[in-house]
Design a protein around this ligand. Structure first.
Ligand SMILES: Cc1cc2nc3c(=O)[nH]c(=O)nc-3n(C[C@H](O)[C@H](O)[C@H](O)COP(=O)(O)O)c2cc1C
Length: 304
């Protein structure tokens, strides 16, 4: 009997959609063995792309606090099957799975679809996905899904270059390089090369044993952990908790607070984070063992 594979995703720019379709290709090429269904999460009221700058920053509190929007229900075709494997594509907004993804996870349809099913998570982000993946692990556990693998594709440029290029991309739609700045997002080579992860997943799936999938994905470059970014994310989550609650609770001051948040965020990226970087480098010998342990944990699929 054919195995049912479901590919779930949301994508504004098309980058993540291209990646999940590439990863699904080895299954697609064995049509006699696999039946593949695609589920593109859709919101009743979607976000704009390119993003007007004010909307981009105004989306922060609801993103970080994981406040869902209403989704358009998945089709009968999606809901009518029991799946043998789910490829789950998601992106990060403000250190958290994006609002469309959260909206699906909180919708009630998620449990119906994900319960008791092996899931491979696939993200394509700027570079800060690590603690967001931890948040997603909790959702998957509560929905009784079985996380069996994770692929995290990122912009490999340095943290500052990728801030500039992603802002250009998200606010104007221009992904391609311009002037001194390189192209934004995941590189074309990596997007095209992501088919290899599909081959790896298919190989383990076919052998009916997914327990060694994640080490195999890691060995093949699916996960890069930059310890400095983990530090930034930890600090960022603390600060975002304060800002998001402040903005949500002071409704009448929201437009002003969003402006302050924007200034704060830029200061944090350009002034505070280089200081954190220097401190991080200076303390490397002291925390070497701890950071290596943390790295191994974040490369994995278990939840602490
Ligand atoms: C509002 C917003 C916030 C974002 N925040 C983050 C973030 O915290 N960390 C990160 O690595 N990428 C972040 N990104 C980049 C996205 O994860 C993603 O790579 C990019 O939006 C590509 O979009 P697509 O997957 O919809 O095609 C953000 C994007 C948006 C639109």
């Amino acid at each position: 009997m054919k195995k049912n594979i479901l590919v779930i995703y949301y994508s504004q720019t098309g980058q993540l959609e291209e990646i999940v379709r590439n990863i699904a290709r080895p299954f697609e090429s064995k049509k006699e063995e696999y039946d593949i269904t695609y589920y593109n999460i859709q919101l009743k009221e979607d976000f704009p792309f390119p993003w007007p700058g004010d909307v981009f920053f105004n989306t922060f509190p609801e993103s970080y606090l994981q406040i869902p929007r209403e989704i358009i229900p998945p089709s009968e075709e999606v809901l009518s099957k029991k799946y043998d494997l789910i490829l789950f594509g998601y992106q990060v907004w403000y250190l958290t799975p994006s609002i469309p993804i959260i909206s699906f996870l909180k919708s009630g349809y998620a449990e119906e679809i994900l319960k008791d099913t092996p899931v491979v998570t696939i993200s394509a982000t700027r570079n800060m996905w690590m603690l967001s993946q931890e948040k997603l692990k909790v959702y998957l556990k509560n929905l009784q899904a079985k996380l069996v693998g994770n692929i995290a594709l990122v912009d490999r440029h340095d943290n500052y270059t990728s801030v500039l290029t992603i802002l250009r991309w998200l606010t104007t739609g221009q992904k391609e390089k311009s002037g001194m700045l390189p192209a934004a997002g995941v590189s074309d080579e990596e997007i095209a090369g992501s088919v290899k992860y599909g081959d790896i997943i298919e190989k383990h799936f076919r052998s009916n044993d997914m327990s060694h999938l994640q080490p195999d994905l890691v060995k093949n470059g699916a996960i890069e952990i930059r310890p400095f970014l983990v530090r930034v994310e930890k600090v960022g989550n603390k600060i975002f908790t304060v800002w998001s609650n402040l903005i949500i609770n002071k409704k009448e001051k929201r437009p002003l607070l969003i402006k302050f948040f924007k200034v704060y965020l830029m200061t944090a990226i350009w002034i505070i984070s280089p200081i954190v970087l220097v401190l991080h480098l200076l303390t490397t010998p002291i925390f070497w063992v701890k950071r290596q342990k943390q790295k191994r944990y974040l490369q994995g699929i278990n939840l602490k």
